[in-house]
Write a protein that binds this ligand. Structure first.
Ligand SMILES: Nc1ncnc2c1ncn2[C@@H]1O[C@H](COP(=O)(O)OP(=O)(O)OP(=O)(O)O)[C@@H](O)[C@H]1O
Ligand SMILES: [Mg+2]
Length: 494
């Protein structure tokens, strides 16, 4: 029997060899199984018996080959049980099938996490059929193999021995066009924050909204998915594989059609945000891969948790190191964060008075560390909306803005030829030099800003990247002074 091991998103085919020999009754698993695989012995023994088979009262040795790498998780249960049934003459079929699934003590077959990357791996190596739990069959079928799903060990044996023929699972249909919960046209006023949102969507820049309560910060952030370009096939598979490993794939529609929008609560732990555990699960930053990560009330997050965002924001991936090795998950997302300017929320409001003491305000803002804020290209004030504006007509719909975003992405694609998923936020310093040239007058403007606002070198390059996106949205090949001043305006200090 063949199974498939999983470490993060990494996979490898594993041959499950079973030997049943004369000797004192024993059941050993070798080939670097970790504690979770060792426990398979108890599940398999009970599942075999409770399915009406005999567990051989001899010496049973299971080898997971290749033996050099540690195996973890419950996915080997099914292959081990089938191997034992075959070695003891209770399964006649000589077919070597790829199978994985966890067994319950009563013989039921349970789904495992990561079906999609496992089956993709097998399919790339020429395997055409898999046997899995019913709830994993949709994910497996979406990878282009014949996927047979079963509810119990007994059903699998009956199928393999030809007593009951089960058809393969149908390829699950793609979910329809996603519906968006907020459209930009729902939001009154806020022209500058909307502009910032459009730039974030086009260039993949991180964004922070700061403003008093009830001005539409949360609404604005939630409108972001409505102006992002659709997922392309490669992105859809990458994002779906991460959801599969997290156990979050929808069995009816395992391939995502909407860009992920993850909004973890501010009480989220380090583990929930960046991932971890054993086996290592992806965190919110990886579930947001190819989409956006929304941190509402960002100042309420624990500073140490926020600090862990530095790695994914810089590397676009997270590496989780553990005793058994490291797992790397991609984490390429647009960060959108929202916060009040002070604990009471009304600092700088103009209408309501702020009741906070200066050191309270300082401490509140200090919760967002300098290095984190430095990685946020767009920092925008979201002011109170005047009463008259609330009833405005003729606001722009998300669909219109999205067309501009798509056109800007097209310009980026042409410039960064060949690499379709790169956006201006990813430009290297050399590319910034090449693609963000400015004239002497604009250079002077920038120089002034670097001095008066004490921009770091990183900040300087980030301003140019944002200006590049503003120019791309305007359909201009050169960077104009307007683009640079807009980029500076959209980078106020929080
Ligand atoms: N600019 C706006 N246009 C239309 N409705 C708005 C706007 N701002 C706020 N609202 C209304 O107020 C409600 C609250 O807005 P929202 O939650 O986005 O505010 P917020 O800025 O996130 O506030 P808080 O700081 O308290 O989180 C919205 O559900 C909406 O009904
Ligand atoms: Mg809010």
């Amino acid at each position: 029997m063949t199974a498939c091991a999983l470490w993060g998103l990494e996979t490898a085919l594993v041959t499950v060899e079973v030997d049943v020999a004369n000797g004192l009754p024993a059941f050993v698993v070798v080939g670097l199984p970790d504690a979770t695989v060792q426990e398979a012995r108890e599940r398999v023994r009970a599942a075999v018996r409770n399915s009406g088979y005999e567990f051989p009262l001899r010496r049973v040795t299971v080898n997971l080959a290749p033996a050099e790498r540690r195996k973890e998780g419950t996915g080997f249960d099914l292959a081990i049980a089938l191997g034992i049934l075959r070695a003891s003459g209770q399964l006649q079929s000589k077919l070597d099938v790829l199978c994985f699934g966890e067994l319950a003590l009563d013989g039921a077959l349970r789904p495992v996490r990561g079906a999609m990357p496992r089956v993709r791996h097998a399919a790339a190596r020429g395997i055409r059929a898999v046997v899995v739990a019913t709830d994993n069959a949709g994910e497996a079928a979406a990878c282009g193999v014949a996927a047979y799903g079963f509810g119990s060990l007994r059903d699998v044996v009956d199928h393999l021995d030809g007593r009951v023929r089960v058809p393969p699972c149908a390829v699950p249909p793609r979910a329809g066009e996603p519906r968006h919960e907020v459209d930009l046209a729902d939001i009154a006023g806020q022209e500058t924050p909307k502009r910032a949102l459009e730039i974030a969507a086009a260039g993949g820049h991180n964004l922070l909204f700061v403003g008093p309560p009830g001005t539409g910060k949360t609404m604005l952030a939630r409108a972001l998915p409505s102006i992002l370009p659709p997922l392309d096939d490669e992105e859809a598979i990458a994002a779906s594989a991460i959801h599969s490993v997290a156990g979050l794939a929808d069995p009816r529609h395992p391939i995502l059609t909407a860009r992920p929008f993850r909004a973890p609560h501010h009480t989220a732990s380090h583990l929930a945000l960046v991932g971890g555990g054993s086996p290592p699960r992806p965190g919110e930053v990886s579930l947001a891969h190819c989409g956006s990560l929304f941190l509402d009330e960002v100042a309420e997050f624990s500073p140490s948790v926020l600090d862990t965002l530095r790695e994914p924001l810089e590397e676009r991936s997270v590496t989780i190191s553990r005793a058994g090795g490291a797992a790397t998950y991609p984490a390429r997302f647009v960060l959108v964060a929202a916060m009040n300017p002070c604990p009471c929320g009304f600092w700088g409001d103009g209408e309501r008075e702020c009741r906070c003491l200066p050191d309270q305000i300082e401490r509140y803002r200090g919760r967002l560390s300098g290095p984190l804020v430095d990685r946020i290209d767009l920092r925008v004030h979201v002011p109170r909306v005047a009463y008259e504006r609330l009833r405005d007509e003729g606001r722009e719909f998300s669909a219109v803005v999205r067309d501009r975003v798509l056109a800007a992405r097209e310009r980026m694609r042409a410039r960064l030829s060949g690499t379709s998923q790169r956006v201006n936020a990813d430009l290297t310093v050399a590319e910034v030099k090449r693609f963000c040239r400015v004239d002497a007058e604009t250079e002077a403007l920038l120089g002034g800003a670097v001095r008066t606002r004490r921009l770091s070198a990183r900040g300087y390059h980030r301003v140019l990247r944002v200006a590049r996106t503003a120019a791309d949205l305007a359909g201009s090949e050169g960077l104009r002074a307007d683009d640079v001043s807009l980029a500076l305006l959209l980078r106020s200090d929080p």
